[in-house]
Design a protein around this ligand. Structure first.
Ligand SMILES: Cc1cc2nc3c(=O)[nH]c(=O)nc-3n(C[C@H](O)[C@H](O)[C@H](O)COP(=O)(O)O)c2cc1C
Ligand code: SF4
Length: 386
């Protein structure tokens, strides 16, 4: 990679646990749903993630892969649940790592958002409590209260999935405790009305996150990287707050987390004023990220409309975070890191459309409308989505 000094801060190595990322640019998890209907890795995923590593991202985190069928959301979401998934996962890890990036898998249990979306009516959607919510605009559903046995099963599913990822050759996993998926549902007094040891006071509401991190840590080697995608602010009245997240952050580190990736809002909150359009606001996550950074001594990743390299470098220079997570900027231009390193800012492809278009790619497995024409014409490695 050609390097100039202009954005040097982005290109210094970053130690995460026992591993070292070659730079501070992380592909943030972004569901593209190029997996197959049964949850196996496809050639399209090898190309998609390998291409982002080739473009220079120092850490490549996959989109959320489900730890169990009960925790699967999307029709083409990859599953990490049994030995049969190992060959595809191994190929994916190798493809990312051969370009020099650290390869991490984001692991999720979708909780009340489980589906998958094409069989919503049959699905058992698990939540701490049976609190109705708007699943899709105008469609209110009531999830089922998860039993204690199912909670224990979900902890085991995270631990087993992490173990599988290590067997497959990944450098680590990234536990999804945000966006309103299962773990973060437990955080919120709005969603969690339980009166047993999984609900009520702060310690009980964060118990699931803590137990999952502990279980993953115990099931994997000490040098296997463990990150947490942390709901930093629910952005709803009476919900989980930045103060709550700042209190939890050091506990997660104590339990074994080696980096934190704070993100605000649940899907529900994004549909309510004043949060509508949040994903389009420049640097929207910085203030809350800074609040978490001050509580821990492990790397913290900043995210949210940081595709302007000046913004990204400034975040690191101010000490607000240790690394930058980019989702859409690397989706639309995988060569963002190498172009920034070479100070070829004008050559960066930018992200000109609204997130709903982006969501269409997520739901259908289509490609981004703004990828280079040759990639569009090739239909993404010739892989055809029905
Ligand atoms: C289409 C789409 C899919 C996403 N999928 C995930 C996901 O699987 N896991 C996750 O934690 N965040 C997901 N996100 C959120 C991104 O990681 C990121 O927080 C958000 O896009 C803001 O970062 P950006 O401005 O760099 O795109 C997704 C975002 C979009 C637009
Ligand atoms: S250009 Fe549009 S579809 Fe592509 S990443 Fe950006 S928002 Fe998504």
């Amino acid at each position: 990679m050609v390097r100039t000094m202009t954005f040097e801060t982005l290109f210094t190595p970053l130690r995460i646990g026992a591993r070292v990322a070659p730079n501070r640019i992380m592909l943030a998890p972004m569901s593209v749903c190029y997996g197959d209907a049964d949850g196996y890795v496809t050639p399209a995923q090898l190309e998609h993630y390998g291409r982002r590593a080739q473009g220079g991202a120092g850490v490549v985190v996959t989109e959320n892969f489900a730890v169990s069928t009960a925790g699967r959301q999307m029709p083409r979401q990859t599953l990490v649940a049994s030995d049969t998934h190992l060959p595809g996962l191994s190929a994916l890890a190798a493809e990312i790592k051969r370009h020099g990036a650290l390869a991490l898998v984001q692991l999720v249990h979708a909780g009340r958002y489980a589906g998958p979306w094409d069989v919503y009516d049959q699905a058992r959607r698990l939540a701490p409590s049976a609190v109705p919510f708007e699943l899709t605009p105008g469609r209110v559903v009531t999830p089922q209260e998860i039993t204690e046995a199912e909670i224990e099963e979900s902890i085991e599913a995270f631990a087993h999935a992490a173990w599988l990822c290590e067997q497959a050759g990944f450098d680590g996993v990234h536990v999804h405790a945000a966006q309103g998926f299962l773990i973060s549902e437990f955080f919120s007094p709005r969603m969690n009305h339980r009166t047993d040891r999984w609900g009520g006071d702060f310690a009980n509401r964060v118990r699931l996150a803590w137990e999952v991190v502990r279980a993953v840590r115990e099931r994997t080697s000490p040098d296997f990287v463990l990150g947490v995608h942390l709901l930093v602010d629910e952005l709803m009245p009476g919900g989980w707050s930045v103060e709550d997240a700042a209190r939890l952050a050091p506990l997660l580190v104590e339990a074994g987390a080696q980096f934190l990736f704070p993100v605000p809002a649940t899907f529900e909150a994004l549909r309510c004023e004043p949060n509508i359009g949040l994903f389009s606001r420049r640097g929207y996550g910085i203030d809350s990220t800074r609040a978490i950074k001050s509580t821990v001594d492990v790397p913290v990743v900043a995210n949210g409309v940081l595709g302007d390299p000046h913004d990204a470098a400034a975040v690191l220079e101010r000490g607000d975070a240790d690394a930058i997570g980019l989702a859409r900027p690397l989706f639309v231009d995988p060569d963002w890191p190498s172009k920034v390193a070479a100070d070829e800012i004008g050559a960066i492809r930018t992200c000109p459309c609204d997130p709903p278009t982006c969501l269409r790619t997520q739901l259908t497995g289509a490609i981004c409308d703004h990828w280079p024409p040759d990639a569009v014409e090739r239909g993404h490695l010739g892989y055809q989505h029905p």
